[in-house]
Design a protein around this ligand. Structure first.
Ligand code: SF4
Length: 245
């Protein structure tokens, strides 16, 4: 049975809901003020997605500090590093999170249906099966989605707005950390003594699945260690339809 909230969404190019404030005004808000506005604006139709990199640490702490009770969707491909699961567990315990976990095919099921090591033969399809498709289903009850992506992370993210309509998902995407640089992220984490993924301490500036992640040198782009050696830049979660075609 579909969610009673699902009818509020639209998957064409037209937002299903008007916002109470213009995008230009929202762009001026701090991360904290944007989260508070979003909580008022969308209520229980608002969720936060986490893949347990440093941005997840910032947003989970910020939401808790503001006293907001957001629904948290975990994007677990089942191919994360042990350290990623460990920091997930620490954050869940410390902040009392209840996670929404969309079902993902097991690696064995994927091997049987798609052949072995799909991440090598067709990483776009692998990301679709293990990330994009599960997330699309998990987002169905929501009209707004908070993500930790930042403009500085890569050229493909340089143009994101703090609030933008996603025709692909049929909801509003919110990026409270869009204008934060890496130094500010670390300053916030260290200053607030927030648990973070320890792989960041050994050169993994961006962390995804084990087969598709390597450490990143200080002179490289922050996400250079993701799908290194291929021209793939994004898993597809943050690409709009026009980019996928
Ligand atoms: S990052 Fe790699 S292993 Fe993970 S879903 Fe994408 S292709 Fe598959």
């Amino acid at each position: 049975m579909g969610s009673p909230l699902a009818s509020a969404r639209s998957r064409d190019g037209v937002p299903a809901t008007e916002l109470s404030r213009p995008l230009a005004a929202l762009e001026q808000l701090s991360a904290e003020d944007l989260l508070c506005w979003a909580d008022q604006e969308f209520g229980e139709r608002l969720c936060l997605t986490c893949s347990w990199q440093k941005q997840s640490s910032v947003l989970v702490h910020m939401v808790a500090t503001l006293g907001l009770r957001l629904r948290v969707v975990e994007l677990d491909t089942q191919l994360f590093f042990r350290e990623t699961y460990e920091v997930r567990d620490r954050l869940v315990e410390r902040y009392g999170l209840t996670l929404i976990r969309p079902p993902v095919p097991t690696v064995a099921e994927q091997h049987r249906s798609e052949g072995p090591n799909l991440w090598e033969s067709d990483p776009d399809r692998c990301c679709h099966l293990r990330k994009v498709d599960p997330l699309m289903r998990a987002l169905d009850p929501f009209t707004a989605w908070i993500s930790g992506i930042r403009r500085e992370q890569s050229p493909s993210r340089a143009g994101i707005g703090k609030v933008q309509w996603s025709a692909s998902y049929g909801l509003w995407k919110l990026h409270p950390l869009a204008d934060w640089d890496e130094r500010r992220v670390w300053s916030y984490i260290v200053g607030n003594e927030i648990p973070y993924n320890p792989l960041h301490d050994v050169g993994y500036r961006s962390i995804g699945c084990i087969p598709c992640t390597r450490p990143t040198g200080p002179d490289e782009e922050e996400r250079a260690g993701r799908w290194a050696g291929s021209d793939k830049l994004e898993c597809g979660l943050h690409l709009e339809k026009v980019d996928r075609e």
